[in-house]
Design a protein around this ligand. Sequence first.
Ligand code: 13P
Length: 331
Amino acid sequence: MVSYKELGLVNTREMFKKAVKGGYAIPAFNFNTMEQMQAIVQAAVETKSPVIMQVSKGARNYANATILRYMAQGAVEYAKELGCPNPQIVLHLDHGDSFELCKDCIDMGFSSVMYDGSSLPYEENIKISRQVVEYAHKYDVTVECELGVLAGVEDEVASAVSHYTKPEEVIDFATRTGCDSLAISIGTSHGAYKFTPAQCTRNAEGKLVPPPLAFNVLHEIEKKLPGFPIVLHGSSSVPQEEVDTINKYGGKLPDAIGIPEDQLREASKSAVCKINIDSDSRLAMTAAIRKYLAENPSHFDPRQYLKPARENMKKMYIHKIVNVLGSNDKL
Ligand code: 13P
């Protein structure tokens, strides 16, 4: 058993309290690679932002659970080396799909876990969420649970359709599970294809315009659970300049579309205090690598193309922190 406190990590409790009060959201960036980790830490340190580094089950399978845990520990030391004496870094399990997986992460030093029982019948979701919360709280680890289903595909999590969270269920769910934060479904979705062209309208230039988020559902939930930390998954904005770069240099991402950043900015000002972003990092990395390799066909040292990839991700993370979530200068 390794306590996250020994690793210099923090849980989400105080961070969320301040974010809800202050009208901003904490960035939750997924990572699988060293370059993503470095870019996240550099961005958080430069902007003086707390940050959640999250690991999915797929990331654990790809990179190895032990390596990722040591990378998070390394992230804390790296932040200090970059001049941040007291970094606020959370190591979070994204979409834990069983009690055993959540327990394994808690035992190996995660400071926060998500148990995602959103695809289960309501009572079963409550039962396992409660079990995770009871175990996690013994070690002061915070727990995110989910009600409502997001559409889209992300690692092992997939659903063809979304079901908005039912505001009439949230008090019962939060009370009986004892969860520390609640992920809700209000129209965001996982991946780089959040809406089909048929779900969108087109603007004057013929570009797709996605349907708005269901702010009415969010506000109903806020009324039922005043001040309770709310989480938005599936919140990449799928920047069109990255998609265009990928397509220009041999990629094929037709009609990729995300959540407009002004809507995420609006959500950040509410009880939404954690916003999950993964696809935008993948796009920033792939766009930079495709461009670099197309322009430098004779290069083959991974450092040559991973360096611009890391810089492009860092630029994106800083933009999200400062211009979308508003978590800069909150350390
Ligand atoms: P995106 O695919 O929109 O980046 O969502 C990531 C996410 O919600 C991780 O849980």
